[in-house]
Design a binder for this molecule. Structure first.
Ligand code: ATP
Ligand code: MG
Length: 223
């Protein structure tokens, strides 16, 4: 599908709700650029940049990175996108961040993956990540072809330091208190679209159909 005007979307959902997997499918199917705040932070941590080292302790404790740091990081990346259409994953995570984003861009749609917390806890603790790309696998329902190795590059997979049971509990708490209010913020703007389920493969066709409808109406308005 070829887009005729810039399309800007946010994908939300609790940690481990499948944002990374669904984002990869959206960007592949619809040709949007993917900006993942978590991937950007992990790239900084891996490269041992000053910012990365500072953020690592926050993240490993299951806490959010301070709003001002996050806003600077993401908004400068978005400016670098120029006239591209994009999908933001992991940002905004607080109402402060949502307002900062809103000052710069208006969103066409906000997709929320609504997955129950007990499903998420099981998933996160059996998850393996390819850090350079952000690709994720799950030993239970989405294993890599070779255990411990990325399907595409053959490089090693790691278990994220923040995917331990205690940290997962703290991340879910942070989600409830700080991120759930963002859903209300977007609901009141009339752009929130909710997709509920326990399996990414069952949620995906609904997201895909929704975006096909949404993007063809964008094209019609332009025509
Ligand atoms: P998943 O990777 O399954 O979506 P997640 O949503 O918890 O899980 P990431 O989005 O990868 O994880 O983020 C990892 C950590 O990075 C968060 O727990 C938080 O500490 C920090 N972080 C990421 N995005 C933000 C943000 N917008 N504001 C503040 N902290 C953030
Ligand atoms: Mg993620």
């Amino acid at each position: 599908m070829v887009l005729q005007r810039i399309f800007r979307a946010v994908i939300m959902g609790p940690p481990g709700s499948g944002k990374g997997t669904v984002s990869a499918r959206i960007t592949k199917t619809f040709g949007l650029k993917h900006i993942s705040s978590g991937d950007i932070l992990r790239t900084n941590i891996n490269a041992k940049t000053e910012l990365g080292l500072l953020m690592k302790s926050c993240i490993d404790q299951g806490q959010l990175v301070p709003d001002d740091v996050m806003c600077r990081l993401i908004l400068s990346d978005l400016r670098a996108m120029g006239q591209s259409s994009w999908l933001l994953d992991g940002f905004p995570r607080t109402v402060f961040q949502a307002e900062a984003l809103d000052d710069a861009y208006s969103m066409d749609t906000v997709i929320n993956l609504n997955v129950p917390f007990h499903t998420i806890k099981q998933r996160l603790t059996s998850r393996w990540t390819h850090l350079p790309s952000g690709r994720v696998y799950n030993v239970d329902f989405n294993p890599p072809k070779v255990l411990g190795l990325d399907d595409v590059t053959g490089e090693p997979l790691v278990q994220r330091d923040d995917d331990t049971p205690d940290t997962v509990t703290r991340r879910l708490k942070a989600y409830e208190t700080q991120t759930e209010p963002v859903l209300e913020y977007y609901r009141s703007k009339g752009v929130l679209q909710i997709f509920s389920g326990t399996e990414t493969n069952k949620i995906w066709p609904h997201v895909e159909a929704f975006l096909h409808r949404k993007l063809s109406s964008v094209k019609q308005k332009v025509a």
